[in-house]
Design a protein around this ligand. Structure first.
Ligand code: FCB
Length: 484
């Protein structure tokens, strides 16, 4: 069901409104779009790519809502150059993509796969030649299947070590051109959705395993960061977490307690370990015998200084004694995922992080919304998504005004894509994909984002001195006719 659009405060922005919004961001602020390998690449069996846990999970009956998989996805692997051209036409300054581990090391062992590595060379070179900054994520959930089958995947400490070796190889290969590496994307999802609830690959249902996985993912971050820095001194290394406030379902003490525990599992488990050097005592108490085995030295490995922290934000969560991880408060506006639209909570939450932790520079590494889109006369008027994006960009500007050190914002996602257990039914792209023809069609949200980025990049002197009318004409000329 498509929820109502965010109300009231976000009307379509006029050109002057866009300029004023763009001016709220400091010089050097990095704007971009994000994707991940399994969700867009397709070419699952091409050029020596090995199977990942997602290829295998998708074969389980009932695992994916529409019975689909990422086998073809957006066929980005074969459409690389035209997708890069599209990004360039939209004026996107930076692109956060992920590397498919089984494409470059098919069975997770040390043997590399040259055609897979060459694909990422072409991707990076293609971005740089178009003036787009590449940011690489090393793990966005597509573990080589053999590591799962033979040793239990992230439940096994050896996977963290194998990851570090792979991370070092990728830094050696790409680090002359890619200056920003993210180790893990959303380890909470790998641990909790993948190993406790079993709704994501590899579909395990055990809290003890999930806690061990949470630890090993963080350990792999620490070991991976060491390997990247050893291979390429001077590159930026960070991690991306999905972070949200967790509100109690009611004022009842048992609901408040559960919300505190879930905040502990979602937010403090990761940030305390990364930034304070220890897991939160109340969470360790709560999980009791399900807590992870931790070796001496792990805490220091995990807490090595970060060059940046990526935050993925979509919606607040609600937890209580009866139901946990509910993605919206009652009666709140929601997206097609049923996820609450809550931009004010977003800026408040960023401020909380700023107060509670010694943060490195922050990037919003993902933010976006799924809505039901319709192509009418070749166009997709996705006003709810555009309004969602605008309200969240404003929330980022508010947080900057309040002192949070935010350095960038990335829209999830460039393209409609394979949305994990939801298959292709949920569309997050600012560019529409017709999966039958693979035709790409920028939605109104992409055109709006493009206008914002161009307004931001316009030299400050031009912005300040040009008479308003000619500025508007210039903008509509650039954004109206040139775009596909
Ligand atoms: C995030 C994932 C990303 C996408 C969005 C909607 O949790 O990192 O791959 O699925 O949610």
């Amino acid at each position: 069901m498509c929820g109502p659009a965010p109300r009231g405060d976000v009307l379509p922005t006029s050109n002057s409104g866009i300029e004023a919004l763009a001016r709220r961001f400091p010089a050097g602020f990095l704007w971009g779009v994000s994707t991940s390998a399994y969700q867009i690449e397709g070419a699952a069996a091409s050029d020596g790519r090995g199977p990942s846990i997602w290829d295998e999970f998708c074969r389980l009956p009932g695992a994916i809502a529409d019975g689909s998989s990422g086998e073809t996805a957006c066929d980005h692997y074969h459409r690389l150059q035209s997708d890069l051209d599209l990004m360039q036409r939209l004026g996107i300054p930076a692109y956060r993509f992920s590397i498919s581990w089984p494409r470059v090391r098919p069975d997770g062992g040390a043997a590399g796969n040259e055609p897979g590595l060459t694909f990422y060379d072409r991707l990076v070179d293609g971005l740089l030649s178009r003036g787009i900054q590449p940011l690489a994520t090393l793990y966005h959930w597509d573990l080589p299947a053999r590591l799962q089958r033979e040793s239990g995947g992230w439940a096994d400490r050896g996977t963290a070590e194998a990851f570090a070796d792979y991370a070092g190889m990728m830094a050696r290969r790409l680090g002359d051109r890619v200056r920003s590496f993210t180790t893990q994307n959303e380890p909470w999802v790998t641990a909790t959705l993948g190993h406790e609830m079993g709704v994501f690959a590899p579909g395990v249902k055990s809290r003890a395993t999930a806690m061990q996985v949470a630890h090993h993912c963080l350990l792999s971050h620490g070991l991976g960061a060491q390997a990247v820095r050893a291979a390429r001194p001077g590159v930026s290394v960070g991690i991306v977490l999905n972070l949200s406030p967790v509100y109690p379902a009611s004022d009842a003490p048992e609901d408040v307690l559960q919300a505190t525990r879930d905040d502990g599992l979602l937010v403090r488990w990761y940030l305390d370990a990364l930034l304070l050097g220890a897991y939160p005592a109340d969470v360790l108490d709560y999980v009791g015998a399900d807590g992870p085995r931790i070796r001496p030295g792990d805490a220091q490995t995990i807490a090595a200084p970060l060059d940046f922290l990526g935050v993925n934000f979509y919606n607040p969560m609600v937890s209580g004694a009866g139901r946990r991880w509910v993605p919206a408060r009652e009666g709140a506006p929601v997206t097609d995922m049923g996820w609450e639209v809550a931009p004010r909570d977003f800026s408040e939450f960023l401020l909380r992080l700023h107060h509670d932790y010694p943060l490195p520079p922050l990037y919003i590494a993902e933010n976006g919304a799924a809505y039901q889109d319709r192509v009418v006369n070749g166009q997709v008027d996705d006003e709810p998504r555009r309004a969602y994006l605008e309200s969240h960009v404003r929330a980022v500007a508010d947080a900057i005004d309040l002192g949070v050190d935010l350095r960038g914002y990335f829209v999830w996602s460039l393209l409609d894509n394979f949305e994990w257990a939801h298959g292709y039914a949920k569309r997050f792209g600012i560019v529409h994909v017709d999966y039958a023809t693979q035709e790409r069609r920028p939605k109104q949200s992409a055109l709006w984002y493009s206008r914002l980025l161009r307004a931001f990049l316009q030299p400050a002197s031009t912005r300040a001195t040009e008479p308003r009318q000619s500025t508007c004409e210039g903008m509509s000329r650039r954004t109206g006719s040139e775009l596909p």
